[in-house]
Design a protein around this ligand. Structure first.
Ligand code: HEC
Length: 131
């Protein structure tokens, strides 16, 4: 039983390590993060899309951005609002998903993990492709 677990863990780490050279995929890597942590408020009806215009259901929606313009600068993660909000590089009340009492949203959620934040940044740095 323990041996089986150890084997599973070592296979997982090999797959993970070899995955480092692979491009981040929008559909396999980024979209699931948005579906889990963002879509419920940014689905076209929720408070996130009501207030900002940003819908996060499809790639096209994301690239369309907010009422004020694009939030992804392809090839430049650190300049992308989309990355800056999840990585806590903006005003606290704008951190996404909302997780501070300053947020002013109907509820708060857990921030994204470092790995999820890094995945989004790498995807943008690699050109924010619809891959
Ligand atoms: C609990 C609801 C909620 C969740 C979950 C949520 N948002 Fe938001 N989001 C909002 C609200 C409300 C606004 C409008 C805030 C404002 O403009 O003051 C907003 C605005 C934004 C904006 C535009 C900010 C601007 O004004 O330029 C971006 C980008 C954004 N959210 C990204 C995300 C991402 C990415 C996630 C998931 C990681 C997420 N949001 C999850 C409620 C939410």
């Amino acid at each position: 039983m323990y041996k089986k677990l150890a084997i599973t863990l070592s296979i997982t780490s090999v797959l993970f390590a070899s995955g480092c050279n692979k491009e981040v995929s929008y559909s396999k890597d980024v979209k699931p993060i948005l579906t889990a942590s963002c879509v419920e408020c940014h689905d076209g009806k929720g408070e996130g899309s009501e207030e900002s215009g940003l819908i996060l259901l499809t790639y096209e929606d994301l690239m369309q951005g907010t009422n004020y313009g694009q939030v992804v600068v392809p090839g430049n993660g650190v300049s992308s609002t989309f990355y800056r909000l999840i990585a806590h590089e903006t005003d606290r009340k704008l951190h996404m998903p909302p997780h501070h009492k300053e947020a002013g949203t109907s509820r708060l959620m857990a921030p994204l993990s470092d790995k999820e934040i890094e995945t989004v940044k790498t995807w943008i740095d690699e050109g924010a492709k619809n891959n």
